[in-house]
Design a protein around this ligand. Structure first.
Ligand SMILES: Cc1cc2nc3c(=O)[nH]c(=O)nc-3n(C[C@H](O)[C@H](O)[C@H](O)COP(=O)(O)OP(=O)(O)OC[C@H]3O[C@@H](n4cnc5c(N)ncnc54)[C@H](O)[C@@H]3O)c2cc1C
Length: 579
């Protein structure tokens, strides 16, 4: 690392700019953080440095196009970008999945999970053209009094926690700059500038790959069949506006419509189940689609002359040892942690991290000692993301089994609305620092979550395959509507605490129902020794037994529809067991 003297000699311009906060990287995380900070503390002098020149390309810019409720709430309500979202982006019609059936030649035969009616407006979500969003944000900053240097690359970061300012060297083709800033926030995405410099990278056990491309044409899954009954399943809204996932063992393929008229298509695979070399060029990806998703391949081929880009990303998931420090640095977005795109949580992590970063910096700039706050925010964020990762880690084999995957999606979505959704919509993350109860409940829930994910893996090992011709809607289950709209309940103080406790308790009942129902299914069928010993193991597991007890206690008085576990069937329906 060069010292200050060398730095000074290298400078091409004599300017030494001074800021309260320098944000390294002007992607979605950096740009939104700048706006949020300015809203929270108008006097803050903020610099955002972005390598790429603006305006960036629309459509073929970045991935991260589908939002879920937390990210949508962040952009629309916390940052006030509602008008842009409504007029320049597309409304999203929820997550929709089509599970593999035989040769996947006929979409109407595939088990479908999705909405038949529009979700309530208060919890609207969006499909984002990332280029369009980042261009808007970049042009918004100067008007807010934020310095935005596009086409400039952060080349050197000298952290000086013992001094008042950290030091940055910024490269630009015409003139370099020296900058000093009290706080440095790394939002450089996969460049992970500070993570690498500080040796904070943390490998995870989830190894999955992705390839994607944009087609300059609308692709609508609803057009893949003229079957009137199948089309008529959708009572409101358009399938095309969903984030459509084509699911198979160890893989999913996304189709996301973009406001600029293009369609984003991606293939995501478990590294141990699909060979990355068979999809890492466009022609190979197309051949792979022909083999696994022939209807999609045919559509892509129809518009092949309109392919706008082709990108690959190997082993995209990683974690980090530390993301926030009282030594006046933070990491946000993919500069810190990358989970898995199956449920589109990337924007959520940005919303949550930016809120915590903002809270930390505002308190510090206002003169408060933030040592404890930084430690708790850091612990909370890492606890959360690590627990969230168990949703994906080791779970890709389940993607090929419609019944278990539907149970998993309903469970994962219920969890998302009941815990992080409730907390985020009520602006509770940054207040966890003052509430040991919140931390306790999160811990309790994260243990529950790991057990349920393990149970789903066990179930897969002995479950039958081959379901067809079923449509499951999220709102078939009244608890789903309740938890989703519950995020917007606007509760305060003790009411909110009570709701969190109630939600964790409800999830315990739901988990108990899952275990009890699956045990029942297997107990009624002629079982192989493998199944018998697995069921015995479940029955001997004290944690699972306690969940069953909690579930049974209230089942008479407050029954829960078990169709989420049995693909809509009755609880005690006899099912064929294959192995
Ligand atoms: C396959 C895949 C699919 C995904 N799909 C979704 C999805 O549907 N929904 C969702 O919410 N999330 C999704 N994600 C996650 C999403 O892509 C990320 O959360 C998001 O893009 C991260 O934004 P960011 O601002 O942290 O990083 P970026 O958007 O990558 O921004 C970082 C910026 O830093 C700049 N930069 C880098 N180095 C320097 C430097 N030295 N100096 C100056 N600038 C620099 C870059 O030019 C870039 O603009 C997906 C991820 C993957 C891998």
């Amino acid at each position: 690392m060069k010292d200050k003297q060398e730095f000074a000699e290298q400078r091409l311009t004599p300017s030494l700019d001074e800021y309260d906060v320098a944000i390294l990287g002007g992607g979605i995380a950096g740009l939104t953080l700048a706006l949020q900070l300015k809203k929270a503390r108008a006097a803050t002098r903020i610099l955002v440095v972005e390598k790429q020149e603006h305006p960036v390309a629309e459509a073929a810019h970045k991935v991260g196009e589908s939002t879920v409720e937390i990210a949508a709430h962040y952009l629309r309500d916390v940052l006030g970008l509602g008008e842009h979202l409504q007029t320049q982006q597309l409304p999203k019609y929820g997550l929709r999945m089509f599970f593999s059936t035989e040769d996947n030649q006929d979409i109407t035969r595939r088990v479908e999970l999705g909405h038949a009616v529009l979700p309530p407006r208060r919890v609207a979500t969006y499909q984002l053209d990332r280029g369009r969003l980042e261009n808007m944000l970049g042009s918004e900053l100067p008007g807010q009094g934020i310095t935005f240097l596009d086409g400039c690359k952060v080349q050197q970061i000298t952290l000086q926690p013992q001094d008042d300012f950290h030091h940055l060297h910024i490269y630009h083709a015409r003139s370099d700059r020296e900058v000093q800033a009290r706080w440095v926030v790394d939002a450089s995405g996969r460049s992970t500038l500070l993570q690498r410099q500080l040796g904070l990278a943390k490998k995870v056990d989830h190894n999955a790959n992705a390839v994607w491309f944009r087609v300059g044409h609308a692709i609508d899954v609803n057009e893949w069949s003229t079957d009137a009954e199948w089309r008529g399943r959708i009572r409101e809204g358009r399938r095309a506006l969903s984030t459509n996932h084509l699911m198979g063992p160890g893989y999913w393929v996304w189709l996301i419509p973009l406001a600029s008229g293009s369609t984003s298509i991606g293939i995501v695979t478990d590294a141990s189940m699909h060979n990355f070399d068979e999809m890492n060029r466009f022609e190979r990806a197309l051949a792979w689609l022909h083999e696994h998703e022939p209807q999609c391949a045919a559509e892509v081929e129809k518009h092949q002359e309109k392919i706008q880009d082709f990108r690959v990303m190997k082993d995209y998931s990683y974690s980090c040892e530390q993301v926030f420090s009282d030594e006046r640095w933070c990491l946000t977005g993919e500069a810190g942690v990358s989970l898995d795109p199956l449920y589109s949580p990337g924007g959520d992590l940005i919303a949550i991290a930016n809120g915590l970063v903002c809270d930390l910096i505002v308190h510090a700039l206002d003169g408060e000692n933030i040592e404890e706050r930084a430690a708790i925010h850091n612990q909370l964020f890492l606890l959360f993301t690590n627990s969230w990762r168990s949703t994906y880690e080791g779970q890709y084999p389940i993607l090929g089994n419609a019944q278990i995957m539907i149970a998993k999606v309903i469970w994962d979505t219920a969890v998302y609305w009941a815990i992080p959704g409730l907390l985020y919509f009520h602006d509770t993350f940054r207040r966890a620092v003052d509430s040991p109860e919140i931390l306790m409940n999160l811990l309790r829930f994260s243990i529950l979550s790991e057990h349920v994910q393990g149970f789903l893996r066990d179930w897969l090992a002995v479950a039958p395959l081959g379901a067809t011709d079923t449509f499951i809607r999220y709102y078939d289950f009244d608890f789903m509507s309740r938890l989703q709209i519950g995020m917007t309940a606007n509760l305060a103080g003790a009411d909110l605490d009570a709701q969190l406790v109630e939600n964790v308790h409800f999830l315990e009942r739901l988990a108990g129902q899952l275990v009890s129902t699956v045990i029942d299914i297997f107990s009624q069928a002629p079982a192989s020794p493998t199944i018998q010993s697995l069921v015995q193991r479940w029955q001997d597991d004290p944690f699972l037994q306690e969940l069953i007890r909690v579930y049974q206690l209230e089942e008479q008085e407050r029954p829960i529809n078990s169709g989420w576990i049995t693909m809509g069937g009755q609880k005690r329906e006899r099912q064929e067991v294959a192995r």
